[in-house]
Design a binder for this molecule. Structure first.
Ligand SMILES: Cc1ncc(COP(=O)(O)O)c(C=O)c1O
Length: 451
């Protein structure tokens, strides 16, 4: 029971992406603290953070060096504006980001969420062509992939394609050309037909996250880059979800040796600590915004907390942790282990498909009556067993922190398998059937440990 916090929550809070009528705060764990890759509720129960606190945690919680960097910065200044002033954490972080980003990305524009990072890329691309003038000023539209997700602000929603999230706002949105993800032929046809009025192509490189962890065929991103080059269009890579090691390399674009014109970063940028996002672009784009003040080539965009120094200090410490702890190197055997564990899950009767890349996995439960809320039931079952996961409809998502131990990774997948079986049984009023062998082994191991 959450007691007082539950009462306050129900009286005063409104939760994101949550059907509030069915929201029962007393049923939700009140997270009080964390340790490594575990979240701990006010009753002291521990849960594996199976979706990295919404896909952002990288090195675990309360990482000593990131904590220290945040404390050090708090001893200096918590916030000062980037309008008319500058500060060391923002400047140093910009240098580091340019060093690790795909080649050619030389300028960093900060904001505070993944949505603003993509919104900024769209606005910059649009404004760049307007300022080029002549026939270029006709480049006002965007090409996006069906089922894309780029955030919840209106520009980001306009290039988004998940009907459930986006259709309510239809009249507020601008049109975009939509292409089937992975279909290079269709992309080529759409670009060829409309090239002179397209500002940019926007993609989630290699994997569409919110669409249900949908992996694109190899070569698609490279082809998109070639088509943009051929027709003189910008390529925007939204690496808000895939960035910072999620797909096994620092950025997904690297895997196809693609350097976009705009790179959108968020989530894992601070190791998942604080709200900070960045839009990186080329010197060519930057120079398109230079000119005498009276020409108003300024990029008219900025948020109060743009480039917040505490968040930048956390991001610098996170990037340092990637180096010191060889995070990406140590991730590789865990990616292989996750793949092996998921092969077993794919064999379950209740599972129709398992998809994934790196440390992003989607487990499809097939077609079910939405009223059964099967994915949601899996979440509740997993919570009982000590893991926090969150589905996308009836796709169960696993996206653990990169720092998770092999033992906890095994535990997370076995809890998930067990929870899928239990949720299915409860949804269809069956007695829980015999568990998946991996889940059985995990239960036995847990029981032994508890004894
Ligand atoms: C690819 C992608 N872009 C943008 C966003 C939006 O990020 P935020 O929730 O920080 O606004 C997300 C969030 O899941 C995402 O997956």
């Amino acid at each position: 029971m959450s007691g007082q916090i539950g009462e306050l929550d129900e009286r005063y809070l409104w939760h994101p992406f949550t059907p509030q009528r069915d929201w029962d705060a007393d049923d939700a764990p009140v997270i009080e603290s964390a340790e490594g890759t575990d979240l701990i509720d006010e009753a002291g129960r521990r849960y594996i953070d199976g979706v990295s606190s919404l896909w952002c945690n990288v090195h675990g919680h309360r990482h000593p060096r990131i904590d220290e960097a945040v404390r050090d910065q708090l001893g200096k200044v918590a916030h000062s504006t980037m309008l008319g002033l500058t500060h060391a954490p923002a400047a140093r972080l910009a240098k580091r980001l340019v060093e690790i980003a795909p080649p050619g990305l030389r300028r960093v524009f900060y904001s505070d969420s993944g949505s603003t990072a993509t919104e900024i890329a769209l606005k910059m691309a649009f404004q760049y062509w307007q300022q080029q003038g002549g026939p270029h000023a006709r480049r006002t539209s965007f090409v996006t992939l069906r089922d894309a997700y780029h955030g919840d602000t209106l520009g980001a929603v306009s290039v988004g394609g998940i009907d459930l999230f986006h259709s309510a706002y239809g009249p507020l949105l601008f049109d975009a050309h939509r292409v089937t993800p992975g279909d290079a032929g269709e992309l080529e046809r759409v670009i060829a037909a409309h090239a002179s009025e397209i500002a940019a192509v926007i993609v989630e490189p290699l994997v569409q996250g919110a669409a249900g962890i949908r992996v694109q065929p190899p070569g698609f991103l490279r082809r998109a880059r070639e088509l943009c080059d051929r027709h003189g269009l910008f390529l925007i890579c939204d690496e808000v979800a895939t960035g910072f090691g999620r797909t096994g390399t620092m950025f997904a674009s690297e895997q196809e040796r693609v350097a976009p014109d705009f790179l959108c970063l968020g989530k894992g940028l601070t190791g998942g600590y604080l709200p900070l996002a960045a839009t990186l672009t080329t010197e060519r784009v930057y120079e398109g915004f230079l000119g005498p003040a009276e020409e108003a080539r300024t990029f008219f965009h900025g948020h109060t907390f743009t480039g917040n120094p505490v968040a930048c200090a956390a991001a610098l410490a996170s990037l340092e942790a990637f180096e010191r702890e060889a995070t990406l190197l140590r991730l590789q055997p865990k990616i292989r282990l996750l793949g092996e564990l998921l092969e077993e899950v794919a064999g379950m009767d209740e599972v129709t498909e398992v998809r994934g890349l790196g440390f992003m996995a989607g487990i499809d439960l097939g077609e079910h009556d939405p009223a059964l809320r099967l994915g949601h039931r899996v979440t509740l079952e997993a919570r009982e067993r000590g893991a926090i996961i969150r589905p996308l409809g009836d796709t169960v998502v696993l996206m653990p922190p990169l720092a998770i131990s092999k033992a906890d990774l095994v535990r997370l997948v076995t809890i998930t398998a067990e929870s899928i079986a239990a949720a299915h049984a409860s949804a269809y009023g069956e007695a829980p059937r015999e568990l998946h062998p991996a889940a059985q082994a995990a239960s036995a191991e847990r029981a032994a440990r508890a004894a």
